[in-house]
Design a binder for this molecule. Structure first.
Ligand code: MN
Length: 297
């Protein structure tokens, strides 16, 4: 069974005690299994407070982050590589202390618009550092999931097949691929095929829609996406991610280009996304069974 989660930015822009408590309580109230909290700066997360709120509300947590250009482990610069490694290790400690199992996002490069393509040496540095960081993560049963994002947010992983290749080069069982329908809709030739070809390398999934607003209100064929997830046998976490100028702050607002107000009511948005995801998963599972039931006697 896939655990279903919601990104904290649906509720709150930051992770102060008040924001953390509200976001966790609302996530639980709607009925999600976990919240995904941004850890762009892991030092801003009060782990004891967060863990208590999670326990009080009976939900889990996972984290996501993107490195910045100053800590870019694909830069080829040893000093930036060292800072990136330290930031990833700090996120692992926060995830462990909060009881999380996954750290996703742009762990492999800076999170932002590059003006040059990546280099073989840059990719090799990223692979080497992620292999070391994965060893630390494994000690706390944490899986690192490398998010495939569009060309304006990284120059390293823009397609699922690149991420599978990166996982193979890293060669650690706790490093997997993190796919996101919004980015796939921009970069993949065929999103369902890319999901199926990722196969067992898929470790984490972000849902949403083409404009990052309400699921089903954009232009992505979400029925096809969920059928591909079910056909591939994916059992891992699925997080609903949505951004509106209603709830967002810097630096995310600037990097992601969140200029429009795509929704007003976080509760309505999150409730709809949970129902929509459950309905799509159920329909995809029934479609799969229909094929099995329809075998020629
Ligand atoms: Mn995402």
């Amino acid at each position: 069974m896939n655990k279903l989660g919601v990104h904290a930015l649906v509720w709150e822009a930051g992770w102060s005690h008040e924001e953390c408590a509200r976001a966790i309580a609302k996530t639980a109230e709607v009925g999600y299994d976990f919240i995904e909290a941004p850890a762009l700066d892991p030092s801003l997360i009060d782990v004891d407070f967060t863990r208590r709120e999670l326990e009080k509300n009976g939900i889990g947590i996972n984290f996501s982050l993107g490195l910045d250009f100053d800590s870019d482990i694909s830069s080829g610069d040893p000093e930036k590589g060292r800072r990136g490694k330290a930031k990833l290790e700090e996120a692992i400690a926060v995830c462990r202390d909060c009881g999380g199992q996954y750290i996703g996002g742009i762990l492999h490069s800076a999170f932002g618009k590059y003006t040059q393509p990546t280099t073989a040496a840059g990719v090799a540095q990223s692979v080497d550092i992620l292999r070391q960081v994965a060893e630390t993560a494994a000690k706390s049963n944490i899986t690192l999931v490398l998010e495939v994002v569009n060309r304006y947010e990284s120059n390293v992983l823009n397609t699922a097949s690149q991420a599978v290749e990166m996982c193979k080069r890293i060669g650690a069982p706790n490093v997997k691929v993190h796919l996101d329908v919004y980015h796939m809709n921009i970069e993949e030739s065929d999103t369902p095929s890319a999901i199926i070809e990722t196969g067992d390398y898929l470790g984490y999934f972000h849902t949403g829609d083409s404009h990052r607003g309400y699921m089903g209100s954009g232009s992505i064929d979400l029925a096809g996406v969920f059928r591909a997830l079910v056909r591939s046998g994916y059992q891992g976490p699925i997080t609903f991610e949505s951004f509106s100028s209603r709830v967002v702050g810097q630096p995310l607002e600037g990097i992601l280009g969140i200029w429009r107000n795509l929704w007003e009511d976080s509760h309505d948005l999150a409730t709809h996304a949970l129902m929509y995801t459950r309905v799509q998963l159920k329909a995809a599972q029934e479609a799969q069974r229909q094929a099995e039931r329809s075998k020629l006697v």
